[in-house]
Design a protein around this ligand. Structure first.
Ligand code: KIV
Ligand code: ZN
Length: 599
């Protein structure tokens, strides 16, 4: 086999004997740049271990950062659909676009203003780079609004100063100064209640002292006050370090900013290392008040932080997210349509598979957890929806976000009897006796092992009926009523005299009558019940009969359903006779499971 590491390389000396990994040939030397000094001494770090206790101010940047990252940016209709969704969900702070970037972006803002589509409690934000003519155009876009935030942004990090702008730090300070003054001038001229946002883009790789200096400068120029605070938005424009490092940066800014009480401290984590959610949560613990992100994490490269995940993480710890995510499927559908991009099947809370268990042990535990909640609800007289959620492997009740139990447990070759029993209980209302569960799981396993595919709940039901419920062809079962409210079960079997037995104990009496005609079987167990809640519409009687034949080594189960309990019992006996081959019908087709497994 081809070695996956450099075969000539010696084992790293620091590794223990049981770790046989070898150095790779990856060009790691290209990435050994020193990390900027952490501004916070470990002893000052108070965010670690600080639990979140409330929702931050959420700011959606779906319509700006998210939109900028799309192959086909949203047209005005799609932008409006997204805007309406955000409003419905409860966002009060929505960045609606980058009006100076295109006519369509500009017009969208005009649409919102002119058609009066912005609810009174929602503040829109418009984004502008630090260029005089673009700032002018941005102000033009919000003419006539009751309230808006103008968001000024330029990069501050050394690499950008040197390579992109070719500016010294003091020239970048000048850029911020001139642009912030222009904001103030245009806001005064417009006589509108405009507020300001400032983002030192590339904050996370900017020297902390420089980021602080430029932020204090802008806060001074716009004369931030508690009544007219500046939103200071600190991005990980490209996520380069671990979330603890970002939290230290935020805590240091939080403690060092001069006008802290006049600043809404915001973070804008991107997800290049896949740790944007952790970065946002730690940053909030470190003093941030606001988080910018998008629904399901759309955004440049690996995306912005996913606000749905952040919100539901709070929810799952008993903290009101102050967003309505009670129908995550509908939200996802709109976002997928607007972004023309699917949400991954494993995306937290929203993906197709995130409330699904395939593995047998997980299925068993989920099924037991759900059953325990049902039992608690029955004994306390409360609805399951009121009880504290405690189900293994499910962080929240899928129904709380509008998802159903149906897809929770799915059946493939990894599944077990608990999951199969759960699917039949949830979808068909039947409670399989334990020996039937064990036996049927093996039958299903044989099918899934051969096909390699998942078995849908419909297919599972077909397999079950075909295996356990069929009776010999030519056999019939019916009721004969005597008019006095009682009756007989009448059974016809090919080659035998018709049998009539009292309905009261039909299954046992049928077996006795068969014995009298030379068919020697023993009814060793009969389990009866109802499908679904007893007495509810559509519920049926179900019977599980286990018979022993003199020749058979193992007892055989058969299952019968009927609206009449006596007929269900008789059918279960006949189904077991058929499965055991007692009447030796030769022209019966092999059961479906055998056909599937033999394919
Ligand atoms: O990622 C970023 O730095 C940005 C800024 C505009 C905040 O999107
Ligand atoms: Zn961004």
């Amino acid at each position: 086999m081809t070695p996956s590491t450099r075969p000539d390389a010696a084992a790293a000396t620091a590794q223990p004997w049981w770790n046989r990994q070898r150095p790779s040939a990856m060009p790691v030397h290209r990435y050994r740049q020193p990390r900027a000094a952490a501004p916070l001494e470990p002893a000052q770090r108070s965010w670690l271990g600080t639990p979140l206790t409330r929702a931050p101010l959420w700011s959606s940047v779906d319509l700006r950062d998210g939109n900028q990252a799309l192959a086909n940016p949203m047209d005005r209709a799609r932008k409006l659909e997204m805007f309406r969704l955000l409003v419905r969900m409860g966002f009060k702070d929505i960045e609606v676009g980058y009006p100076s970037s295109s006519e369509a972006e500009f017009q969208f803002v005009r649409d919102l203003v002119e058609a009066d589509l912005i609810p009174d409690d929602v503040t829109i934000t418009v984004f502008t780079p630090a260029k005089a003519e673009l700032i002018e155009r941005t102000f033009d876009s919000i003419r006539g609004t009751d309230r808006a935030i103008v968001h000024l942004c330029h990069a501050t990090a050394c690499l950008w100063r040197d390579v992109v702008f070719r500016m010294s730090p003091s020239e970048v300070l000048d850029l911020a100064r001139v642009s912030a003054r222009q904001l103030v001038r245009l806001a005064d001229r417009s006589r509108q209640p405009v507020r300001f946002q400032y983002s030192p883009e590339t904050f996370n790789v900017t020297e902390p002292e420089f980021a602080l200096e430029i932020s204090n400068l802008v806060a001074d120029i716009v004369e931030a006050t508690p009544d007219r605070p500046l939103t200071l938005n600190l991005p990980t424009t490209v996520e380069t370090d671990s979330p603890d490092y970002f939290a230290d940066q935020i805590q240091w800014m939080h403690r060092s900013l001069e006008r802290r009480d006049s600043i809404i401290l915001s973070v804008h984590p991107h997800n290049d290392r896949g740790t944007a959610v952790a970065a946002a949560e730690y940053a909030l613990a470190a003093g941030a008040d606001r988080v910018e992100g998008t629904l399901f994490g759309n955004g440049e490269r690996t995306g912005n932080v996913c606000l749905v995940t952040l919100a539901l993480n709070l929810f799952s710890r008993g903290i009101d997210p102050q967003l309505d995510i009670s129908d995550i499927g509908a939200i996802r559908e709109i976002v997928e349509r607007c972004n023309e991009m699917p949400v991954h099947a494993r995306h937290p809370y929203a993906g197709d598979l995130v409330f699904t268990a395939f593995s047998g042990t997980h299925q068993d535990a989920v099924a037991k957890g759900l059953a325990a909640l049902d039992a608690e609800a029955a004994t306390t007289g409360r609805s399951v929806r009121e009880l504290p959620w405690q189900v293994p492997y499910l962080p929240i009740d899928p129904r709380d976000v509008g998802r159903s139990y149906e897809a929770i447990i799915r059946v493939n070759s990894q599944s077990g009897k608990g999951g199969i029993a759960h699917v039949l209980r949830a979808e068909r209302g039947i409670e399989l006796p334990v020996p039937v569960r064990v036996e049927f799981a093996k039958i299903v396993q044989r099918v899934t092992d051969v096909t390699g595919h998942e078995v849908s709940s419909v297919k599972l039901w077909d397999l079950f009926c075909d295996e356990y419920c069929g009776i010999d062809s030519g056999a019939t079962v019916r009721m004969r009523c005597d008019g006095g409210g009682t009756g007989d079960v009448v059974v016809s079997l090919p080659g035998l005299e018709p049998i009539a037995v009292p309905a009261a104990d039909a299954a046992a009496d049928l077996v006795t009558a068969l014995g009298e005609q030379g068919v020697q079987v023993e009814l060793s167990e009969l389990v009866t019940g109802e499908t679904g809640a007893p007495g509810t519409a559509g519920s049926q009687a179900v019977a599980y009969a286990r018979i022993r034949t003199p020749a058979g080594e193992r007892p055989v189960w058969g299952v019968g359903f009927s609206s009449v309990p006596a007929l269900a019992g008789a059918r279960a006996v006949l189904a077991a006779l058929r499965r055991g081959g007692v009447l030796a019908e030769r022209d019966q087709p092999a059961p479906l499971a055998a056909r599937e497994a033999g394919r």
